[in-house]
Design a protein around this ligand. Structure first.
Ligand code: CDT
Length: 311
């Protein structure tokens, strides 16, 4: 039986700080409609898709911060997206800022969910690798306060049975860490969905712009090949509130090849027929984990965080 899943990557152009959720949801619904017309059964949206990338601002007032978070999912603002997706028979990956109370404690995570074609949430992931810093750093041209506004994810890197395959999720900076993909690879993942918000320029170090795109692609291509999985990476892109955000959303095959890529830095939908069996030969040969991994030599990866050079 064919295991082809037609997947859409729904890149989103800038979202203004003042743009209401309803306007963002209307843009996302239009992208879903394009995806449905192309026969997609699963669509990937960016990280923190419902608002501007708010960690670029230091906000001392937590009630202002909480305005960027969702207390329930779906909620009044996002229900129209869920309903439209159900009507079209399309499932999706959605990144958003999740907030909830645990007793008297407020919990905040940078989260993504997997929603099936019936509108049910069948998977949840909370971003593990939070980049940036926790306190205001006035020297920076813009802030990156993910470590202030979110806790590190507490769900690991789960893989879900959905859309006839084994699907995993990660979020933006996670793609730069091989551990992210390998933990999902060890669960047999066949497609990893990920959204990102990456500035075109490095705010703290001198770095050529072309390297930023190369590192973006190289991370996803390596993760795909080394685990024999599809990777669908989707940007929020373009000039957003004075910061140029990287585009280059793409669909990467288990061979590591980029098979589809956006051409613009605005709202744009690309699609590809992803054969979920395409990575099987990789999993059975060069990356047959059961045959070739040597875990007796990998202990440092889970016992040590930073670098400890030999004496
Ligand atoms: N959103 C996100 O994780 N962005 C980071 C930017 C790193 S700069 C602090 C990324 O890895 O793309």
């Amino acid at each position: 039986m064919s295991r082809v899943l037609t997947v859409g990557a729904a890149q989103m152009g800038p979202v203004a700080r003042a743009e209401p959720r309803a306007s963002v949801i209307a843009r996302m619904t239009a992208l879903l409609q394009q995806a449905a017309r192309k026969g997609c059964r699963f669509v990937v949206f960016p990280e923190l898709a419902l608002t501007t990338f708010f960690p670029r601002w230091y906000m001392p007032d937590w009630s202002e911060v909480d305005g960027y978070f969702e207390d329930a999912m779906p909620n009044e603002a996002t229900r129209p997206l869920f309903e439209a997706a159900v009507a079209m028979g399309v499932g999706f990956y959605l990144g958003y800022a999740e907030r909830f109370m645990e007793g008297a404690k407020v919990r905040r995570f940078n989260t993504s969910i997997l929603v099936d074609a019936g509108g049910a949430i069948v998977g949840k992931y909370r971003k593990v690798h939070l980049p940036g810093h926790a306190e205001l750093e006035p020297k920076r041209p813009w802030q990156h306060l993910e470590k202030r506004y979110f806790e590190p994810g507490d769900l690991g890197f789960p893989v879900f049975r959905a859309f006839g395959g084994l699907l995993g999720m990660c979020i933006c900076n996670d793609r730069r860490w091989p551990e992210t993909f390998r933990v999902m690879g060890l669960q047999g993942v066949e497609l990893v969905a990920l959204g990102y918000n990456t500035p075109v320029r490095n705010s703290v170090a001198r770095e050529a712009e072309h390297l930023r795109m190369m590192h973006n692609q190289m991370s996803m291509q390596a993760g795909a090949y080394q685990n024999g999985t599809w990777v669908v990476g989707v940007a929020r892109s373009g000039p957003e509130e004075g910061v140029d955000m990287m585009a280059g959303s793409c669909i990467v095959a288990p061979t590591g090849e980029i098979v589809a890529q956006t051409m613009t830095d605005g709202d744009e939908l690309i699609a590809y027929d992803c054969d979920l069996d395409a990575g099987r030969y990789i999993k059975e040969t060069v990356f047959n984990f059961a045959a070739h991994r040597r875990i007796e030599h990998y202990g440092l990866i889970t016992s040590q965080t930073g670098v400890v050079p030999p004496p």
